[in-house]
Design a binder for this molecule. Structure first.
Ligand SMILES: NC(=O)C1=CN([C@@H]2O[C@H](COP(=O)(O)OP(=O)(O)OC[C@H]3O[C@@H](n4cnc5c(N)ncnc54)[C@H](O)[C@@H]3O)[C@@H](O)[C@H]2O)C=CC1
Ligand SMILES: CC(=O)C(=O)O
Length: 377
């Protein structure tokens, strides 16, 4: 199969969907890789390294999209890339489609076969989301600590406090991969940490892992309101796979926080859990202030640490790309329940139930939607 890797074009997105090591693995398996010149520079990989690993270098994105049967990306295509969509093209990337109606329309209208990294599922885990959630979770606390500093608009509180002065209160809503990693760094920095989750089992696991270093709480509006009101930093880390994030923190709850507090809505890629997060922010302009509270809502947080993130991401995506390239997308999906969960659009339909529901499309199961896709793919 011919695999194409264009340069990412989202604001400050310096990750890339393949490393030179990944190219070498894919080429040794008998496939070709087109990569746009300069695509790896932000992550620390030169064109010479890609060429030496066996990649074919393309001068422009258009050449990559047109010559390839499968496009691998990191972030969802932006509007300027929709013109490259065509029937049967395989797109393997983060999509977060429930939060992006325009992209959903472009993918279904053109008949692209899209597989979303974030919904590939194995034993109720999301292996292609996990490494970026680990990165974003760890970053969320660092970022929160930074924006609590006065010069960054915060109330001027140090997470750890000092002897004789209270530590900062950090609440993490959602105790999965992002939440656990955010809590780990917050505990390490000496903050007073509360983690809220809807799953009693998950709260038990967190209690076993952290012991008295954190307070665990069941997710309900009462507990969330109390914890948010008392917190200096609140991190949003909830996920219902594929679906739009629930708005768990109301405008009144944010209003109850003291001025200069900070919220970091990591779940913004699925629409966010704070009612006051009404826009996606960028690494260039990462925050805005509402009701006196600093809001951070960057949807590609790991893009700021691209060397770590690209290696972590491609470690887990390349084995799946090899399955698709080796068997063709129809057979790979037929053989793999994990990839079937990742399939989001095919043959003009939406094949992930939660996405279809959120966007008001008819849901078409994967096997049915793939019937219309050419077996050459
Ligand atoms: N902004 C960014 O750059 C990035 C964003 N993310 C996003 O972060 C979010 C979290 O991802 P993960 O931690 O990997 O997911 P996860 O599935 O590991 O954890 C989600 C947790 O939310 C909990 N949950 C569900 N409903 C809840 C509710 N009503 N109240 C409290 N907890 C609830 C679940 O029980 C689970 O423990 C996702 O939207 C993911 O896409 C991930 C990486 C980067
Ligand atoms: C998960 C995701 O969307 C990201 O790493 O940017």
């Amino acid at each position: 199969m011919i695999i194409g890797v264009p340069k990412e074009i989202k604001n400050n997105e310096n990750r890339v969907a393949i490393t030179p090591a990944g190219v070498s693995t894919v080429v040794q398996a008998g496939h070709s890789v087109y990569i746009e010149k300069g695509a790896g520079l932000g992550s620390g990989f030169t064109d010479e390294q890609y060429a030496a690993a066996g990649a074919l270098m393309a001068d422009a994105a258009q050449e990559v999209w047109e010559k390839s049967q499968m496009i691998m990306k990191v972030k969802e295509p932006l509007a300027s890339e929709y013109g490259y969509f065509r029937e049967g093209l395989i797109l393997f990337t983060y999509l977060h489609l429930a939060a992006d109606a325009e992209l959903a329309a472009a993918l279904t209208k053109s008949g692209v076969v899209s597989i979303a990294y974030e919904t590939v599922e194995v034993n109720r885990t999301l292996p292609l989301l996990t490494p970026m959630s680990e990165v974003a979770g760890r970053m969320a606390t660092q970022i929160g600590a930074q924006f609590l500093e006065k010069p960054y608009g915060g109330k001027g509180v140090l997470l750890a406090g000092v002897p004789g002065v209270q530590r900062a209160k950090v609440t993490v809503i959602g105790g999965g991969v992002v939440g656990t990693n955010a809590a780990k760094i917050a505990v390490g920095l000496g903050a007073d940490v509360t983690v809220i989750d809807l799953s009693a089992d998950r709260l038990r696991q967190l209690d076993d892992q952290f012991g008295p270093q954190i307070q665990t709480l069941m997710s309900n509006p009462y507990n969330i309101a109390e914890a948010v009101r008392q917190s200096d930093l609140v991190i949003g880390a909830v996920l219902i796979p594929g679906a739009k994030a629930p708005k768990l923190v109301s405008e009144d709850m944010v209003r109850s926080m003291s001025p200069g507090s900070v919220v970091v809505d990591v779940a913004i890629d699925q629409g966010g859990i704070f009612a006051t997060v009404d826009r996606i922010t960028t690494h260039d302009a990462p925050t805005y202030v509402k009701h006196g509270v600093v809001h951070y809502a960057v949807a590609n947080m790991p893009g700021a640490v691209p060397n770590t993130s690209t290696i972590a991401l491609t470690n887990v995506t390349i084995p799946y790309a090899l399955q698709i390239a080796g068997k063709g997308v129809k057979q790979a999906i037929a053989d793999s329940p994990a990839l079937t969960k990742g399939l989001t659009t095919a043959g003009g339909a939406i094949t992930y139930e939660a996405v279809a529901k959120d966007l008001n499309y008819d849901y078409v199961p994967a096997h049915k939607a793939l019937e219309t896709v050419s077996s050459r793919n």
